[in-house]
Design a protein. Structure first.
Length: 237
């Protein structure tokens, strides 16, 4: 959007991002938006005061996309969480922007399984995220694009771009196709390369760099022949 409108100033944030705090209340929810936008929030402000302030500001900032992360923290089976979810719903209806809600195991979370689930499901399209595949050429090409894209961001003085091209299958086996695990593995390996003075990443360094527990579980399942179970991607009717 910045490129489209040739604007790169602080007064044009096309995307607003916030995280739902654990045990959130309506005021905490609105404070998260106010903090992202850098708005002053007097201590005596109510959730409604903050909502009015934010709704009054965001249209002038031309925000068109709002990302709300960790919405599994909305415990709608408790009064405070239910009120926060209701406040968020009303807030989204007052803005001319697309809202994306992200979280872990949302189908089992209070937001979709509690007493508000019918209203929430009726207003959202659902996309279940899955890990990258490696079975087809198209999947391998997509994985390679991801790996090389992350590699290009590594601040290593002696690392030659494209050096990881021969490690695609190895990196997939180590990370299970998870973008988070891949970024962590390459990032930690880059730190090791800097501290060790090598300034480049190869198989040896990757092999001694630990991965996260989820990736280790994938490697363990693969080694024992247990099939992986990627989650399907679907859109709610």
């Amino acid at each position: 959007m910045r490129t489209k409108y040739a604007r790169d100033d602080a007064g044009f944030p096309p995307v607003v991002y916030t995280v739902v705090p654990p045990g959130t209340t309506p005021k905490m929810m609105m404070l998260a938006f106010a903090n992202f936008l850098g708005l002053l929030a007097p201590g005596k402000s109510t959730a409604q005061d903050l909502t009015e302030q934010i709704v009054g500001v965001m249209p002038s900032l031309s925000t068109s996309l709002v990302l709300v992360d960790e919405v599994h923290n909305l415990k709608t089976n408790h009064q405070a969480g239910s009120d926060a979810a209701s406040a968020l719903k009303v807030f989204s209806e007052r803005l001319d922007a697309t809202f994306i809600y992200a979280g872990i195991d949302l189908l089992q979370a209070d937001l979709f399984a509690g007493h508000m689930d019918r209203q929430i499901k009726g207003r959202m399209a659902l996309y279940q995220m899955r890990t990258y595949g490696y079975g087809t050429k198209a999947q391998r090409d997509t994985w390679a694009e991801l790996v090389l894209g992350i590699e290009a961001l590594l601040p290593l003085g002696r690392h030659v771009a494209g050096s990881l091209d021969s490690e695609m299958a190895y990196l997939y086996d180590r990370t299970g196709g998870s973008i988070g695990s891949l970024r962590a593995l390459l990032g930690d390996a880059a730190i090791g390369a800097i501290l060790g003075g090598e300034e480049q990443i190869g198989r040896r360094l990757l092999h001694v760099t630990a991965t996260d527990y989820a990736a280790e579980e994938f490697v363990s399942r693969t080694a024992t022949g247990e099939p992986a179970t990627p989650m399907p991607l679907k859109k709610a009717e």
